[in-house]
Design a protein around this ligand. Structure first.
Ligand SMILES: *[C@@H]1O[C@H](CO)[C@@H](O)[C@H](O)[C@H]1NC(C)=O
Ligand SMILES: *[C@@H]1O[C@H](CO)[C@@H](O)[C@H](O)[C@H]1NC(C)=O
Ligand SMILES: *[C@@H]1O[C@H](CO)[C@@H](O)[C@H](O)[C@H]1NC(C)=O
Length: 406
């Protein structure tokens, strides 16, 4: 989130998850994650102009979507349109704890998504479990026992958008039950990243930032580095990295981990970054393969350079190096601090970073875009039967990496 980055499960660094340890923690995490996504939606809605909001029609222009459309049209000859495929979203028995990754609008239908293959219907009615073609289960709600009865042709789908440092706790109780995974890892059956970057069309208004204007922006910035976070002790120990940086340069810390206040839901937070700060610390709360979240993607439309600290290989995710500085390119927080100090004195170089970045402003930050891919896959008669052991799902996520830069 813009103004309150991580949703770390507080104080649980690498400790085994015991769902019974406290109502507070079991309620807190789903609340924070769902709040996060709601706020992400609200926040981005205001960051982008409403008209520029990444709707499906905008996406038509992306290379990726064109590819999806092309693949969909080759599939369409095989689709049995006589029967809708049913997607069941499996919420929690506790209200409001699993309402993450749902279709967001009031009374939404699958058709609202305008997917290229839209032969699917959406329900949250649990009595439909025996007929559902896909049942979506959210990682942090797996502490409840698996339901009884399943459609032998249906797929149970494991959904996760957390790093393995903060997820996979209850998976062992669901050993062998899942057929597909729908996560941010590239090996996932339905790839569901936090965002997909799109290269702006050449000459589109947003992709042009003149040299003069970029220099003006650089000169107007009055502050160096900001960090906004809501959870402080993390397995990535980002909070310690920030402390070390602060020995050499000023880092303004907003949210629960610092003295400054900026409400998550306040669009002024992103304006603040856009106008006043040169750099933003987009530090993930867990370091692991492919795990890059809204902390980074939310910075793409802003005139601020994100500094990432993550376990992901960005080029593997199609994220060009010009979009960020990476702590892994520096020996230590001190080295990074010295580099930032030099850039702070060099408006020309900083402005060049801003100009390189605007070429990628168009992006999709709506995880439910992956529902289109899900529907397409559900309709593909060539999809083989398969199921996952808990261990195989863990392996797909890779380990929770411990930092080696502190
Ligand atoms: C943000 O949320 C807080 C608490 O939920 C509320 O009091 C405040 O009015 C909200 N601010 C904006 C700008 O929506
Ligand atoms: C990162 O990913 C790219 C592209 O997939 C690959 O060529 C490169 O070897 C990877 N780097 C590391 C350090 O794994
Ligand atoms: C889904 O997984 C279950 C449990 O392992 C298995 O019995 C079933 O055949 C699988 N279905 C498909 C369509 O892969």
């Amino acid at each position: 989130m813009l103004a309150g980055a991580g949703y770390q499960k507080i104080g649980r660094n690498n400790m085994p998850y015991t769902p019974t340890t406290g109502l507070k923690s079991s309620l807190f995490c789903p609340f924070v994650v769902s709040a996060l996504f709601i706020l992400l939606y609200i926040g981005l809605g205001s960051v982008y102009l409403w008209a520029a909001r990444p709707t499906f029609s905008n996406l038509i222009h992306s290379v990726e979507t064109r590819d999806i459309l092309r693949r969909a049209s080759s599939l369409s000859s095989k689709i049995d349109v006589s029967r809708k495929k049913l997607i069941l979203y499996w919420g929690s028995s506790m209200p409001n704890t699993c309402d993450y990754f749902r279709l967001i609008k009031p009374d939404p239908t699958f058709e609202d998504l305008n997917c290229p293959v839209n032969n699917c219907a959406w329900t949250e009615d649990k009595t439909k479990i025996k007929e559902a073609d896909a049942v979506l289960f959210i990682d942090y709600c797996l502490s409840e026992p698996p339901p009884q009865g399943r459609n032998p042709r249906g797929r149970w789908v494991y959904v996760c958008h957390e790093s393995p440092c903060n997820s996979l706790w209850s998976l062992h109780k669901w050993n062998g039950l899942f057929n597909w995974t729908m996560t941010y890892t590239k090996e996932s059956d339905i790839y569901s990243p936090y965002a997909r970057l799109v290269h702006n069309e050449r000459g589109s208004s947003v992709s042009v930032l003149s040299k003069e204007r970029s220099l003006l922006i650089a000169k107007k910035k009055s502050k160096l580095v900001a960090w906004m976070a809501s959870h402080c002790p993390t397995s990535s120990r980002r909070e310690e990295y920030v402390e070390q940086l602060q020995k050499y340069i000023p880092v303004d810390v907003y949210g629960k981990c610092g003295p400054l206040v900026c409400e998550r839901n306040d669009t002024r937070c992103s304006e603040l970054l856009n106008n006043d700060y040169k750099f933003y610390l987009a530090f993930e709360n867990g370091l692991s393969k492919d795990y890059v979240t809204e902390k980074f993607f939310n910075m793409i439309p802003l005139n601020v350079i994100p500094i990432t600290r993550s376990g992901a290989n960005f080029s593997r995710l199609g994220i060009p190096a010009v979009l960020h500085l990476d702590t892994r390119d520096f020996k230590s927080p001190k080295d990074l601090a010295e580099y930032l100090k030099r850039l702070d004195q060099d408006d020309e170089s900083y402005a060049a970073l801003l100009r390189a970045k605007v070429k990628y402003r168009n992006q999709i930050v709506q995880p439910w875009n992956s529902y289109c891919d899900l529907c397409k896959k559900m309709n593909d008669p060539n999809e083989p039967r398969k199921s996952y052991s808990a261990e195989e799902i863990r392996k797909q996520h890779g380990p929770c990496l411990l930092p080696n830069d502190l």
